[in-house]
Design a binder for this molecule. Structure first.
Ligand code: NAD
Ligand code: RM4
Length: 256
């Protein structure tokens, strides 16, 4: 089923990991246009663009640091200039520089908050204004929070609060934006093997521990997250707003 046909979808942090997985899934589900934001080298995003265009989905790419509000303005402008509207936002860009708490330099804390929370706020606000003002009005916002919104991590005292805040942002946005036919939901991935945790999971004991905690006996991959994101953004989910969907292979159900 083409869950995204005729939709213009904007994704932040799209060049790799979960963002890349989402971009490919939206293209497979018939999205007409993708606005792909990135903060890496051009090579990664250009290879993704080429792959996506094989699905007959048009692509515009936008570079920038999401912690700068001007980046969000630029992303929306590019989407509107190229496609005339934005139907879906996936707010995905984020960082997790694992660090011990007591010795954590404030720069690391502040950078994590600025990218994860401030960046999410800027892009959600910018895209929501576009969704409110376009004809027909409306759209769907999916923010990538985390299982870390519910559970702490010894080396994530700066990160987990940003993920709880993103969940809360979606709840308040659902209330604030429903009157404009804009839905806002959060997806909470468990442990997905990507660049963000490559170093952390290179410790084989830690990796085995994380795998064992899942019910399905494996870590997630980006496409495990992309399907639920496409669903929440689709018309099949038209009465779902303000909710959080945990996609963790059962990790959060395991007390041991
Ligand atoms: P990743 O490192 O592969 O992707 C992160 C993306 O964010 C990259 O595209 C990167 O360029 C972008 N980014 C980083 N800093 C940025 C900045 N200042 N401005 C703009 N873009 C920036 O990791 P991932 O796992 O794909 O992470 C994507 C999202 O998923 C993050 O928000 C992360 O917190 C969340 N998440 C990941 C996991 C996991 O286990 N991998 C679990 C829960 C939530
Ligand atoms: C997630 C969760 C994962 C971790 C990533 C970086 O929220 O804590 O286990 O690998 O963040």
């Amino acid at each position: 089923m083409a869950l995204a046909s005729n939709k213009v979808v904007c994704i932040t942090g799209a060049s790799r990991g979960i963002g890349r997985g989402c971009a490919l899934e939206f293209a497979k589900h018939g999205a007409s246009g993708l606005v792909l934001h990135y903060f890496e080298t051009d090579e990664e995003i250009l290879s993704l663009k080429a792959e996506i265009e094989t699905y007959n989905t048009r692509v515009v790419t936008v570079y920038g640091d999401i912690s700068d509000p001007a980046t969000s303005t630029k992303i929306v402008q590019s989407g509107v200039d190229t496609f005339g509207r934005i139907d879906v936002l996936v707010s995905n860009a984020g960082i997790c520089p694992f660090h011990e708490f007591l010795s954590m330099p404030l720069e690391i804390y502040e950078r994590t908050r600025k990218v994860n929370l401030d960046g999410s706020f800027y892009i959600v606000q910018a895209v929501a204004n576009q969704m409110k003002n376009q004809t027909p009005q409306g759209g769907a916002i999916v923010a990538i929070s985390s299982i870390s919104a519910f559970f702490g991590g010894e080396f994530q005292c700066h990160y987990t609060p940003t993920k709880a805040a993103i969940l809360s942002l979606m709840q308040s946005c659902a209330i604030a934006l429903g009157k404009y036919d804009i839905r806002a939901n959060a997806v909470l991935p468990g442990t997905i093997a990507t660049d963000i945790n490559k170093e952390d999971l290179s410790d084989s004991d830690k990796r085995e521990y994380m795998i064992k905690r899942t019910a399905l006996g494996r870590l997630g991959a980006p496409d495990d997250i992309a399907g639920p994101v496409v669903f929440l953004a689709s018309d099949l989910a038209k009465y779902i707003t303000g909710t959080s969907l945990l996609v963790d292979g059962g990790m959060g159900s395991n007390l041991q």
